[in-house]
Write a protein that binds this ligand. Structure first.
Ligand SMILES: [Cu+2]
Length: 211
């Protein structure tokens, strides 16, 4: 499953479960209200049953099953973040107050930009090739977030969070810092731009310029 889809799918699944649970709660409430109204109309007193063990056990079992399912499916999706090697390229993504730097490992190339201006930094990746992103920070905690990918990971100082992404086609999407990191946190936007492998090789060899 493509990287983006594994999280879009998880999001869809969890949202569906949340709506079903919400629906059940509303339904149960309405039934309780209707029953008590019906009893009152017939002059019957409210039920004085203090507990219903079977119902409560069933409720606990259903909740436990749901939690186990959610945890397992989330871990399964997260487990696919780091595909097995070989990855074609490795890029170190460094968040700092208040912008981003992308270093293409194994090459001298490191690109940044001007956050908050017209020249946002651009993370350029090749289409169809697995790339490992190594996310870190040089000062405080930031978070690397590309809404299109349905993916966010923390950028901690002194620690590297790795994930592998294979972008299926070319395109350009906005990325943001998703962790309040100081005064200009709101300016920490960047572009994720996916180009053809040929364009990407040119980008690496001509100092980070795209034609
Ligand atoms: Cu930040």
């Amino acid at each position: 499953m493509p990287f983006r889809n594994q999280f879009a799918w998880l999001f869809g699944q969890n949202t569906t479960i949340a709506w079903v649970v919400f629906g059940l709660v509303c339904f149960t409430l309405l039934v309780a209200i209707a029953l008590s109204w019906w009893r009152r109309r017939r002059g019957r007193p409210a039920s004085d049953k203090a507990e219903s063990n079977r119902l409560e056990l069933g409720y606990v079992a259903a909740l436990t099953g749901m939690v186990v399912f959610l945890v397992i499916s989330s871990f399964a999706a997260n487990g696919k973040e780091s595909a097995d090697p070989p990855v074609t390229y490795r890029v170190q993504v460094t968040g700092y107050q208040w912008c981003w730097r992308f270093s293409y490992l194994g090459t001298p190339l490191a690109v940044s930009g001007q956050c908050g201006g017209a020249q946002l930094p651009v993370l350029v990746l090749p289409a169809g090739q697995p790339v490992e992103l190594q996310v870190t920070s040089s000062d405080v905690v930031h978070a690397f977030w590309v809404p299109y990918l349905r993916y966010k990971t923390y950028a901690y100082p002194g620690h590297v969070n790795k994930f592998t992404v294979t972008m299926p086609g070319t395109g350009k999407w906005i990325g943001r810092c998703a962790q309040l990191c100081g005064v200009y946190h709101y300016e920490m936007d960047f572009w994720l731009q996916v180009v053809s492998p040929a364009q990407f090789s040119q980008f690496l060899t001509n100092g980070g310029h795209l034609r």
